[in-house]
Design a protein around this ligand. Structure first.
Ligand code: ATP
Ligand code: MG
Length: 255
């Protein structure tokens, strides 16, 4: 399907196509399609824009990743479908380990994700979905982690994650960063740093911010000290609460 660049929801349609293609390639579970829809709804309400509260969280996230001893980026089918290139770029820039972690694991799904990453960089290293429970406080499937990855990580980036696992990682003492368009989700609230933005906009900005902070490391501590996740989530929720609704505004919104 050709998507016209003039379509007011061009970016959203491109993401939808990526998600549908990922489903057809076997990379995504059916539930992944629904999770994408939940994200789209919030993005609509946020006017498909990156807001200041997301920029502040991106700065804090970049700082935490750069200060980490063993940072791990956890990827699932949705993350791979939407920002495979940027995950590879981020893993090189930080540097950080990439670990596949799937809510509905199958060998075929993991292999399809590997194939997508190899298409970006044939040399990319990916830790596979662990087979043994390694994270306490969550049910067995969600507790699995690769023994070379998340169990030894001090900072974990878990975009588009479910709440139980986010909670368990926080309780395990990991500094937990997420990207989640829903500021009301358990993941958003449990995490230490929540980037309330669409991952397709947030990840390129995160890669750029990591590169920028590497040039000016003196900015790193300040970004972390100043960051208050709960206050930042309130800003996102207040944006929704005070969001104007008029037909004119809605039409401006999508331009
Ligand atoms: P909880 O964290 O409370 O368990 P949940 O059930 O919504 O909430 P999941 O369905 O496991 O969590 O994860 C999907 C989350 O990812 C949703 O909150 C959704 O808003 C968010 N999401 C989906 N697509 C995107 C996207 N492109 N960018 C950012 N967030 C997204
Ligand atoms: Mg969640």
């Amino acid at each position: 399907m050709d998507i016209s660049k003039n379509h007011p929801r061009y970016a959203s349609l491109v993401s939808r196509k990526k998600i549908v293609d990922a489903f057809e390639s076997g990379m995504l579970a059916k539930a992944g399609l629904i999770a994408h829809g939940r994200g789209e709804t919030f993005d609509y309400l946020f006017c498909e824009k990156t807001h200041d509260f997301a920029i502040d969280a991106i700065r804090a996230a970049a700082s935490a990743l750069l200060l980490a001893k063993n940072p791990v980026i956890s990827v699932n089918g949705n993350v791979t479908a939407l920002v495979c290139d940027e995950v590879v770029a981020l893993s090189k820039e930080v540097p950080a380990t990439i670990e596949i972690n799937l809510f509905y694991w199958t060998r075929e799904r993991e292999d399809a994700i590997r194939l997508a990453f190899c298409g970006i960089d044939p040399k990319v290293k990916l830790l596979g979905n662990g087979t043994k429970p390694k994270i306490k406080g969550t049910c067995s499937n969600r507790a699995k982690a690769n023994s070379k990855g998340i169990p030894n990580a001090d900072v974990v980036l878990i975009p588009l994650e479910d709440g139980d696992r986010a909670n368990a990682l926080v309780n395990a003492g990991k500094k937990t960063i997420t990207v989640d368009l829903n500021p009301f989700s358990r993941t958003a609230i449990a995490s230490d740093i929540t980037i309330v933005d669409n991952i397709v906009r947030a990840f390129p900005l995160l890669v750029r911010e990591v590169a920028r902070l590497k040039e000016t490391p003196s900015l790193i501590p300040d970004a972390l000290v100043k960051f208050d996740n709960k206050a930042n989530l309130r800003k996102a929720a207040n944006y929704l609460k005070n969001r104007p609704y008029s037909f004119e505004e809605e039409l401006i919104c999508i331009r």
